[in-house]
Design a protein around this ligand. Structure first.
Ligand code: SAH
Ligand code: SF4
Length: 409
């Protein structure tokens, strides 16, 4: 494991933060509003938005001066009022398998906000690279096997902050035109393959409890003139917010993943307490009618393997029975332990037996290899580093603050 920590804590002597807002991460409408606020004439706005869009999201520039087809005077006005600043990368960790985790500090959104810290993980494979993004700081739900679930919700991320996670990742792995990617041989390769080719909303938070911001962010991420991620390569994972599932399909059109983890309501009520509100039958009905679902666009069902809890052959058979008729993929996830958890990961032979039953029923059932375990970057482990850095920051600044803001969404 190699760990590079950058500027771990804000120094009390640091220069005052730039008060100009960053345009990075804004939607087309957001950019139009920004241009209108500096009195760009109405008739020019559409064209200017297109120009800015290309420079910000396709080229990844950080300086208005580089926008050569934008009039010089306008570039100067933009630079006076705005920046293209990225949020601060407080720490970067690189696992020996090439997984990278960034602790990102977002600037405060208002006077009460102390600046959110979120983690974002990049997982390279041979022919694709997946970025796991967060949608909230913490989570209001309390799934008992999930580390994020032990951290109370600080706040929803804005669409801008969600988009910025991809831009930070592309910056750091040199994935914008003219940049030099790292030469560690761990990035994906192949004709036309971008280092970040896929996005999963499987970091901190429940994306369907931050619906509008996630929807707006996906519009930016998938815009073909900019960041250009195909919606078929964006997966939104939910623990089962049933009333929002069809809207996700209608309004976002992305792939859907369901954190299932149990095949009986009684057990799922414990593992994923949201099940008490939206039980299995309702959840599976929402999957059956998910807009656009087909054999070519299957729903992923995630199933975390917990020793002696949900891993028996009877569970596997019931899983197959429950999913009958739903175009599905099943992802068996070895449980990633975290300090203080009551669960253990199922033994390997038990996972294999489970997987065989699912496979014999006609499902490819890849067991997701845990990635980045050495840097606590695997699913459900996103939390600890944030806490440690926060503790250090507090100590240095001799502040005695309570942890987090009240929940809001
Ligand atoms: N809130 C959303 C998305 C974030 S969680 C959801 O629950 O789907 C992303 C995935 O990681 C979920 O499938 C979740 O169940 C899984 N996960 C959480 N903690 C885990 C752990 N300790 N080990 C393995 N997977 C975990
Ligand atoms: Fe929240 Fe998902 Fe973790 Fe459950 S598994 S606590 S919904 S982040």
């Amino acid at each position: 494991m190699s760990i590079v920590e950058l500027d771990q804590v804000a120094s009390p002597l640091a220069a005052a933060p730039d008060s100009r807002p960053s345009l990075l991460g804004l939607t087309r409408q957001g950019l139009a509003d920004a241009l209108a606020s500096i009195e760009v004439p109405e008739r020019e706005i559409r064209m200017r938005v297109n120009q800015l869009w290309h420079w910000i999201y396709f080229q990844g520039v950080t300086d208005f001066a580089l926008m050569t087809n934008v009039a010089k005077g306008l570039r100067a006005r933009l630079a006076e009022r705005f920046t293209l600043a990225r949020p601060e990368v407080v720490a970067e960790q690189i696992s020996k398998d090439g997984t990278r985790k960034w602790l990102i500090r977002m600037p405060p959104v208002d006077a009460k906000d102390r600046g959110a810290e979120i983690e974002c993980v990049y997982i390279p494979e041979r022919h694709r690279g997946t970025l796991c993004v967060s949608s909230q700081v913490g989570c209001t739900l309390t799934c008992t096997f999930c580390h994020t679930g032990t951290q109370k919700l600080v706040r929803n991320l804005t669409a801008q902050e969600i988009v910025q996670q991809l831009v930070v990742a592309r910056d750091r792995i040199g994935d914008f035109p003219g940049m030099t990617p790292p030469t560690d041989g761990l990035l994906p390769s192949g004709e036309g393959v971008r280092a970040v080719s896929n996005i999963v909303f499987m970091g901190m938070g429940e994306p369907l409890y931050n619906f509008d911001h996630v929807r707006d962010a996906i519009a930016v991420l998938s815009d073909g003139d900019g960041l250009s991620l195909s919606k078929r390569r964006i997966t939104v994972s939910t623990s089962g917010v049933v009333p929002q599932i069809s809207a996700l399909g209608d309004e976002m059109g992305t792939m859907l993943a369901i954190s299932l983890h149990a095949v009986r309501d009684e057990l799922r009520n414990t593992l994923v307490p949201l099940n008490k509100k939206y039980p299995l039958q309702e959840l599976l009905q929402a999957c059956r009618t998910y807009p656009g679902v087909s054999n070519a666009r299957r729903i992923t069902f995630e199933y975390v393997m917990l020793k002696d809890v949900n891993d028996s052959p009877a569970d596997a058979r019931e899983l197959v029975r429950l999913l009958k008729g739903i175009p599905a993929k099943i992802n068996l996830i070895p449980f990633n332990p975290w300090p203080g958890t009551q669960y253990e990961c199922s033994d390997w032979d038990v996972i294999e037996r489970f997987s065989e039953i699912v496979f014999n029923a006609g499902y490819a059932s890849p067991v997701r290899t845990p990635r980045g375990r050495d840097i606590l970057a695997a699913c459900g482990q996103l939390k600890s580093e944030t806490e440690k850095v926060r503790a250090r920051a507090r100590l240095m600044m001799e502040e005695d603050e309570a942890d987090g803001e009240p929940a809001s969404h």
